[in-house]
Design a protein around this ligand. Structure first.
Ligand SMILES: NC(=O)c1ccc[n+]([C@@H]2O[C@H](COP(=O)([O-])OP(=O)(O)OC[C@H]3O[C@@H](n4cnc5c(N)ncnc54)[C@H](O)[C@@H]3O)[C@@H](O)[C@H]2O)c1
Length: 342
């Protein structure tokens, strides 16, 4: 083993699948993994990973000990709670969990001369974008606290680059989905939410008219580019959108899923405060990271649905209370769920 990689959020979708990819494709790399299992599952973590159950928002001392115990070359910082629409109702949690965690990690990366920090930001930093198009050169203008936290992380990392010489690559993924995604959280990952709903005899929920567009990205297509983000010289200090090249409306996506799972009812809910069209540019990811859109939504959903049906029936993750009730959507109010039996 001559290279050591730290993956935060290793029990989640990107973290666990990145670990799988490294184990398969980079056999001389040792993986250290961190996760507090707040949004991911131990069953996702490959056995080869040297795993630490710590909370990055609070356990600075334990984080320091991990860096002292291992000579870490590259860091993938995936840990976050990425519930964009819910973030205005859990503001302080959002900033603690997403921004404070990153600041603590940046400290250790600087102290321990990490070769590069790869940070997954989000398209949420763009807000409404310029005519709906999200180009890496635009000045971010997020419209929710999650996007604000991620943009603050981006800026903090760039300052660490300027002042302390930390090398970084910032990735802004587009709606990533696939095997090992959390389908039990009521507030995030629309395709996973629909799969959970269908498995539990509930209608598929759509906020608003369903004409909002998103660029869905199959996780497997993103893994080699993420590896390249850490190791290729040309990815140094670059901000890069990453993911699928086709935008779909939420209604179109639900139609594609219906073909995969059989018939399903749709239940429309009040519109959320959200961006209408999310149209990221992707050429930079092709040029710098070698991204290739191999998996279309119908194939990716088939793969994910096959996996989802084999999963244990976990309890759904629902917040027992919110920091702010004012303006919360009916669908997220406690006990709002209609579960019907077949
Ligand atoms: N999946 C997407 O569509 C998408 C899109 C844009 C950006 N991202 C970003 O990519 C990263 C990974 O996303 P994902 O889809 O794999 O999410 P995920 O929820 O599947 O994984 C995140 C992991 O981080 C862990 N975690 C959260 N807070 C933590 C803390 N304080 N300390 C330790 N561990 C903690 C969770 O338990 C979870 O296992 C996130 O930063 C997210 O914001 C994801």
């Amino acid at each position: 083993m001559n290279t050591t990689v730290l993956i935060t959020g290793v029990a989640g979708l990107l973290g666990s699948r990145m670990a799988d990819w490294i184990i398969e494709n980079q056999t001389s790399v040792k993986i250290i993994g961190i996760d507090n299992l707040s949004g991911g599952y131990m069953s996702n973590v490959p056995k080869e990973v040297d795993f630490y159950d710590i909370d990055l928002a609070t356990d600075n001392q334990k984080l320091l000990e991990i860096f002292e115990a291992h000579s870490i070359d590259f860091v993938y910082h995936f840990a976050a709670y990425a519930a964009e629409g819910l973030s205005p109702f859990i503001r302080t949690y959002n900033y603690d969990n997403n921004l404070r965690s990153t600041a603590g990690l940046v400290n250790e990366c600087i102290k321990h001369d990490v070769k590069r920090l790869v940070f997954t930001s989000t398209l949420a930093v763009y807000g409404h974008g310029d005519g709906g198009v999200f180009n890496e050169n635009q000045i971010p203008a997020p419209i929710d606290p999650y996007g604000v936290a991620k943009f603050a992380c981006e800026m903090d990392i760039q300052i660490a680059g300027e002042q302390h010489g930390l090398d970084w690559c910032i990735i802004r993924p587009h709606n990533v989905y696939g095997i090992k995604q959390n389908i039990w959280d009521k507030y995030r990952n629309v395709l996973g939410i629909w799969m959970y709903q269908h498995l539990n005899n509930m209608p598929l929920s759509i906020f608003g008219d369903g004409l909002q567009t998103r660029a869905f990205s199959y996780i497997d297509d993103c893994l080699e580019p993420l590896w390249n983000a850490a190791v290729l010289p040309q990815a140094s200090k670059e901000i890069i959108n990453l993911g699928g090249i086709k935008e779909r409306s939420i209604l179109e996506a639900s139609d594609i899923l219906k073909e995969v799972i059989g018939s399903a009812e749709i239940e429309f809910h009040e519109a959320r405060h959200e961006v209408k069209h999310s149209i990221p540019t992707w050429q930079k990811s092709v040029d710098i990271l070698g991204f290739d859109h191999k998996t279309d939504l119908d194939q990716g959903l088939r793969n994910m649905w096959e996996w989802a049906q084999k999963q244990e029936m976990r309890d759904r993750f629902v917040w027992p209370s919110y920091e702010l009730e004012k303006g919360i959507y009916d669908f997220w109010k406690t006990n709002s769920e209609k579960i019907t039996t077949a």
